[in-house]
Design a protein around this ligand. Structure first.
Ligand code: PLP
Length: 383
């Protein structure tokens, strides 16, 4: 088939970008290449090996994600944390300084406070571009953000962070897991590298662990060189499953966006709820910023009850929405971050991040919106 002569749009990219051309059968799907021993020498004179991140199935994911995030290159990992830790370790050495957003995924915060600082990397924290600007020093090498953030849905001004990084020749990195490339493309705002936990929306069915880094060819080359040493590669079967999940990403995210905004509006009007965090609500402090840099507001929200001691009761009364760790799947999940995603932080670290013990996080799935609302309605009636 002749390739189209115009840039393709997101739903089309989800389905077609990167697909391995199956010449023997003309099949519509990428075949699964399971070999861990590949001929050498070969016509391309290339060492193909799964831990070198260069097998056909790994390349399919890399091409699809690079297209969706509008990057030049990408590399797929066995988890989001493998992507995060490898990118950070590929760019930081003892004596370097890095700046991080206050409220990041708990595992990322733990990696920073337990591993990076042990290696002699100095870290500063901040809430927004102004804080990051004030923290920049001569040794600063990297600024790392999450927007919207987990679990408070804070948004950071991507353009301002990118400009700051460019002014000081500092690498700017974003965890774009919550937004997905359907809602937000940080590279087009000038950031240098995008990370995803592909375990979440990219796969979307709560049955694969994976991560990706998307950036320029030079950054991806550097990250991949470290990745080969650290070894966090994804095998062919998981790549194939992730490829299948990615084909429906645009469709799923559209429904996640609609359901989350509807549920956030409902919860915000409920007398038992004290506060709802969702960037699509006009009451959210970052709503204007989110509306500028996002095409949709995502499927995540969090809220606090007026009586925080009623949280367990609420969770036990839900009939459709499942109390569970993780997020981004087709099914709606609910958790208490202080006991799950952010449980390993000290109370002081949680307080700095603004995560109270009564905060409830909802990953709004793609069920019928009315069923989700009714589930919360009957559960909230008991608290
Ligand atoms: N980034 C965010 C925003 C997350 O929520 C998570 C996990 O929950 C991760 C990264 C880590 O991803 P993984 O569990 O795939 O290592």
């Amino acid at each position: 088939m002749k390739p189209p002569d115009h840039p393709l749009r997101p739903s089309t990219l989800c389905i077609h970008a990167g697909t391995y051309l199956d010449k023997p059968t003309g099949g519509a799907c990428s075949p699964i290449f399971t070999s861990t021993a590949c001929a050498f020498p070969n016509p391309a004179n290339e060492n193909i090996y799964p831990r070198y991140f260069n097998t056909p199935n790994q390349q399919v994911i890399a091409r699809k994600l690079a297209a969706l995030e509008k990057g030049k290159a990408a590399v797929v990992f066995s988890s989001g944390m493998a992507a995060i830790s490898t990118l950070l370790l590929a760019h930081l050495k003892p004596g370097d300084h890095a700046i991080f957003q206050n409220d990041l995924y708990g595992g990322t915060m733990q990696f920073i406070t337990r591993e990076l600082t042990r290696l002699g990397v100095e870290v500063s924290w901040g809430a927004n571009a102004a804080d990051f600007a004030a923290a920049v020093r001569r040794e600063t090498r990297l600024i790392y953000i999450e927007s919207p953030s987990n679990p408070l849905l804070h948004c950071v001004d991507l353009e301002a962070v990118a400009a700051l990084g460019q002014r000081h020749s500092v690498l700017t990195v974003i965890d774009n897991t919550f937004a997905t490339p359907i809602n937000q493309n940080p590279l087009t705002w000038g950031l240098d590298a995008v990370i995803h936990s592909a375990t979440k929306y990219l796969n979307g069915h709560s049955d694969v662990n994976a991560g990706v880094v998307v950036a320029s060819a030079e950054i991806v080359r550097r990250v991949t060189a470290s990745a080969v040493d650290f070894g966090g590669m994804l095998d062919a079967h998981a790549c194939s499953q992730l490829e299948r999940g990615l084909k429906t990403l645009a469709l799923r995210v559209q429904r996640h966006n609609e359901n989350a905004l509807a549920l956030a509006s409902y919860l915000a009007s409920h007398p038992a709820v004290a506060r709802v965090n969702h960037p699509g609500l006009s009451t959210h402090p970052d709503h204007t910023l989110a509306a500028r840099q996002m095409r949709g507001f995502g499927g995540m929200l969090s809220f606090e009850l007026r009586q925080p001691d009623q949280v367990d009761r609420l969770l036990s009364r839900l009939r459709i929405v499942m109390p569970a760790l993780s997020l981004g799947g087709v099914e709606s999940l609910v958790c208490v971050p202080s006991r799950t995603s952010h449980r390993t932080l000290t109370p002081a670290e949680r307080q700095r991040a603004g995560i109270s013990d009564g905060l409830v996080r909802v990953s709004v799935g793609i069920e019928d919106e009315q069923d989700l609302q009714e589930d919360f309605h009957q559960a909230l009636a008991t608290v």
